[in-house]
Every structure is written in C-alpha cells, then in structure tokens.
Ligand binder design. Structure first.
Ligand SMILES: [Zn+2]
Length: 322
C-alpha cells in the first residue's frame, strides 16, 4: 500500500493514513530525529508517551494487541493497518510529530478493536458519521497528550500544536479545562472542534468516494448496517476509564456534524439516486435523510434536494409515466 491515492482507490478502506497534507505539521514542529529509523528512536518516542496517562493507555493497549511499530517511507505521518496489526511511522518527520502520530494511530487501533470502522457494510450516513468520529476522536487524543505533557511542565507539544491547523482543537481543550477543570469536558470540546476544521473536507471527499465505490461494486452486505452516531460514539469515544467522554453523544447525528459541501453533496446525490433507482432501496433505509448539505440556501437534508424517492421514479417509469 503505497500512498493516500491507494486509500482513496480502495473500495473498503481498512487502513487509517493520517495527516495526508505533508507539510502542515512538519514545517512547524522541530526536526529532531528526522530520517532516523532506529529502534532506539521508537523507544525515545515511547518514553515521552510513558510520562502521560493517555500515552501509557495507548502503549499498554498496543502491547496487549501485539501491534508492531515500525518505520516506512510514507508521504504522510503514519497509518494503522488492522490486517497487518502494524503502526507505521514515517521517519521523515520529527520526534514530536511521531509522538503525536503514535498516540493518534494507537487510538485507531483501539477503535478497530471495538467495531469495524470505515466498513462498506455501513450505510452512507453511518459511514460519514463513523469516519468523522474516528478522526475527531484520534485527533482529540493528541490534545489530551499535549495537555498532560503541559501539566508536567513541557509546553512544547502544546505550543507546536498551536501552530498547526488543528490549533482550534487544543485551544478548545485548554479553554474548557481552564473553565471547568474537567478533562472529559475538555476532551469533548476538542473532539467536537474537529468538525469545524477545513481538513474535514478531505475526509468527507474520501468517504463520498468510498460510498460511490461501494455503490458500484454492490457486494453482499453493502450498506446494510445503519448505526446512529450516538451508538457508535458510546463505544468509540471513551476516556481512560472506559467511559464515554461526550456529554451528549447524539450530537454526532446532528445537521452540523453530518454535513457536506456543494461538490460532495452533488456527487453523493448522483450516486444514491442511481443506486436507489437500480436496487429499489429507499433513501431512508440508507440513512440519507440524516445527511445534510450546507449550500447557499442554508443547511438542508440532501433528500430534500433529490427529486423523488428514486424507487417511485422507477415505478413511474415502469408504468410508462414521464
Ligand atoms: Zn487518523
């Protein structure tokens, strides 16, 4: 598996490449250790993680699962592969980048042990909710790490994070923590902030493309599972004690969380009108009435912009109607 292009091209995405924009962190974090692929470097990264509760949780989980951690030539920070049970890190980035990446990928490994994420069995709505959720949760774990290190007197991870496009997440974490002193609330604030980041668009693009691929290939079981965002979050968005850190997990089903831009909405509508017309499956059974489009006219359900229930169109055409 070579690059993000392969990730996009795969019908059923089972790896989790992260940070696909090569330069957004690497120009800002320091370059210590760059190019070094020694086992000692991984040990160094682990030593930093061991200082924190979130880091120890991650390492304990990976040890229990037997996940191997190694270096690979990648154009992004790293990935977790469930099939290979491997976390690969790109040595081209700094120790700080890779420490953050390891806690992020460990989070994906943990998520993968709970439910099958990014599965083609998920309906379009469930896939979008699932995909956004696992990224937001993994990025929030990085904010927890930066915060815990900051509490120990090392502000460098937080400061570096503040120079990335993920900065609003760590700021939301610290603001909420300063207000309430509640680490769960702070983690929730960081996680929900992910949905406002422009990087969300890149993930939405890839999920819309995956939905298209699933619709084209139509394997047994495709689009059959439709869990709500709340159901998935209660299993995936857990703190170190195994409790959901979201005060209201149902927020992940709301119109401002399951929302697409013009291009994505257009593409998804075309795909699903064709799919539903061919198969007779209703929009509602695919959760499409829970997906929103934010365009010039405000936020609307994408189904409100789809002409009729595609099944009805098929029936009308079958009767010779126009
Ligand atoms: Zn990720």
């Amino acid at each position: 598996m070579s690059a993000y292009a392969d990730f996009l091209g795969k019908g059923n995405v089972t790896t989790f490449p992260c940070g696909q924009k090569r330069n957004f962190l690497s120009n800002l974090f320091n370059r210590s250790g760059k190019g070094d692929e020694s086992p000692e470097r991984i040990e160094r990264i682990k030593e930093t993680l061991k200082k924190t509760a979130v880091g120890r949780d991650a390492l304990d989980f990976l040890a229990e699962r037997g996940t191997k951690i190694g270096f690979e030539k990648l154009s992004y920070y790293g990935y977790f592969s469930p099939e290979k049970n491997v976390i690969a890190l790109s040595s081209d980035f700094s120790d700080k980048d890779l420490t953050m990446t390891l806690v992020h990928e460990a989070r994906h490994a943990k998520q993968d042990s709970v439910i099958e994420n990014l599965s083609s069995k998920l309906t379009p709505a469930a896939l979008l909710k699932n995909g956004f959720m696992i990224e937001a949760d993994a990025c929030a774990a990085e904010c927890v790490l930066a915060h815990e290190l900051k509490e120990l007197g090392d502000k460098s991870f937080y400061k570096a994070h503040q120079k990335t496009e993920y900065a609003p997440m760590s700021k939301a974490f610290e603001d909420e923590f300063a207000r309430s002193g509640d680490a769960d609330k702070a983690r929730e604030a960081a996680m929900l902030k992910w949905y406002d980041l422009s990087i969300k668009n890149g993930y939405a693009d890839s999920y819309v493309r995956q939905i298209w691929s699933t619709a084209v290939h139509r394997e047994d079981g495709s689009f059959k599972q439709n869990p709500s965002g709340r159901e998935m979050a209660e299993k995936l968005c857990l703190n170190g004690a195994g409790k959901c850190y979201l005060s209201d997990p149902a927020v992940l089903d709301s119109s401002d969380k399951v929302v697409l831009n013009d291009k994505q909405a257009k593409s998804l509508k075309q795909t699903m009108i064709a799919y539903c017309s061919d198969t007779g499956v209703s929009y509602a059974s695919l959760g499409l009435d829970g997906i929103y489009h934010k365009g010039r006219g405000g936020v609307r359900k994408i189904t409100s912009e789809m002409p009729y229930e595609a099944r009805e169109i098929k029936l009308m055409l079958g009767r010779g109607g126009r």
